[in-house]
Design a protein around this ligand. Structure first.
Ligand SMILES: CC(C)(COP(=O)(O)OP(=O)(O)OC[C@H]1O[C@@H](n2cnc3c(N)ncnc32)[C@H](O)[C@@H]1OP(=O)(O)O)[C@@H](O)C(=O)NCCC(=O)NCCS
Length: 164
């Protein structure tokens, strides 16, 4: 943790006590599970289980919000989603939770790892090792974001300074 000078504490790196972070649970260590979804009829495939496309849309949106909060810029785009490993599924009425952790801050990019779990069966639904977002400037070209570490605060959220 570090003192930010205005009385607030910034929690960095692998600190274990912030938000809804999952504590020491094997491979989910360090991942923040921010968002929960309730699987509804419109989210199902013909097999009656969760449609992968719905899940990927939710993850892309979740990852975009994460990138915006980490990089302090709304102008970010998905560059890469690595292999998606669907390990288990969900049925109508199940509750799922989506977790992300930044694994690398590049010059203009941020890389994160994703995991989705079924809260009812307690199984991992999928993992994605690399989701890469690129920070863009006003010209729409990649622009340096200047960050090297995860923030667990809202200090970089666009508009955070104006609202303070
Ligand atoms: C994102 C985009 C502007 C990047 O353009 P680009 O010419 O590849 O830019 P650069 O070569 O300068 O790379 C920018 C960053 O992306 C990273 N990158 C580029 N290609 C990559 C790849 N295949 N995998 C992982 N990272 C990659 C680079 O390493 C760099 O990161 P760094 O500065 O942290 O090292 C361009 O590819 C684009 O507009 N793509 C479409 C994005 C989009 O619309 N997404 C929504 C889904 S359709």
């Amino acid at each position: 943790m570090s003192e930010m000078g205005d009385g607030r504490i910034r929690i960095r790196g692998d600190a274990r006590d912030a938000g809804e972070r999952v504590r020491d649970r094997g491979r989910t260590r360090g991942i923040n599970f921010y968002t929960r979804k309730w699987v509804r009829p419109e989210d199902l495939n013909a097999n009656g289980s969760l449609f992968g496309g719905s899940l990927l849309r939710w993850i892309d949106e979740e990852a975009a919000i994460y990138a915006i909060v980490q990089l302090g810029n709304e102008r970010i785009v998905t560059k890469l989603i690595s292999e998606v490993n669907f390990e288990a599924s969900a049925r109508q009425g199940d509750l799922i939770e989506m977790g992300l952790i930044a694994t690398d801050f590049g010059r203009t990019s941020i890389t994160m790892r994703a995991e989705v779990r079924n809260m009812i069966t307690r199984k991992t639904i999928l993992t994605i090792e690399r989701i890469v977002f690129v920070n863009l400037g006003e010209d729409g070209r990649p622009a340096p974001h200047g960050y090297t570490e995860i923030t667990y605060d809202r200090d970089r959220t666009p508009g955070a300074c104006a609202a303070a």
